[in-house]
Design a protein around this ligand. Structure first.
Ligand code: S3P
Length: 165
């Protein structure tokens, strides 16, 4: 089985879309931990944050990463904050981990003003900036390599990843 290729990076870096493009090109399946968490809980991520809190969400996310890595050999897109959790980071050791870089303007454009993402409510631009500043060093430390996504469409990003893997 081909090893799992894990995509990490901020909200708006295109993890889910690039994951689908790569999976199609490699003829493997694409998975997405946000989707897995929502499906296993039968409620949206926003509802999980509001009703149970971020810490609880991170535990569910960690379980989803563990399950996906154990069951799966395709492309796995993580939620933007998954690598904040130390145990989740440890699960990624030995896998091919790609950091999709994105700058502030493109990230804000892609998440859109109508986002339902709970961590962006309020002033979207300043929230995105704070998350990028805080998390970029973590993405860099965890990734095997990184790819720039600014001004590029998912096919171009996927092509660059395929040249590396
Ligand atoms: C989050 C990113 C979201 C989702 C949740 C929290 C984060 O995933 O997991 O809203 O902490 O950055 P995407 O990166 O797929 O939007």
């Amino acid at each position: 089985m081909r090893p799992t290729v894990v995509l990490i990076g901020p909200m708006g870096s295109g993890k889910t879309t690039v994951g689908r493009v790569l999976a199609q090109a490699w003829n493997v399946t694409a998975r997405d931990t946000d989707h897995d968490v929502e499906a296993s809980q039968g409620r949206s991520i926003s509802d999980i944050f509001v009703e149970s809190g971020e810490e609880h969400f991170r535990r569910l996310e960690r379980d989803a990463v563990r399950r996906a890595l154990a069951e799966h050999g395709g492309v796995l897109a993580l939620g933007g904050g998954a690598v904040l959790d130390e145990e989740t980071r440890a699960l990624l050791a030995g896998h091919q981990v790609v950091f999709l870089r994105v700058g502030l303007s493109d990230a804000v454009k892609r998440v859109g003003l109508a986002t339902s993402r709970p961590l962006l409510l309020g002033n979207i631009r300043s929230r995105v900036k704070a998350l990028l500043d805080e998390r970029t060093p973590i993405y860099e430390a965890v990734a095997t390599f990184s790819v720039d996504t600014d001004g590029r469409n998912p096919d171009e990003v996927a092509d660059e990843i395929r040249r590396h893997i």
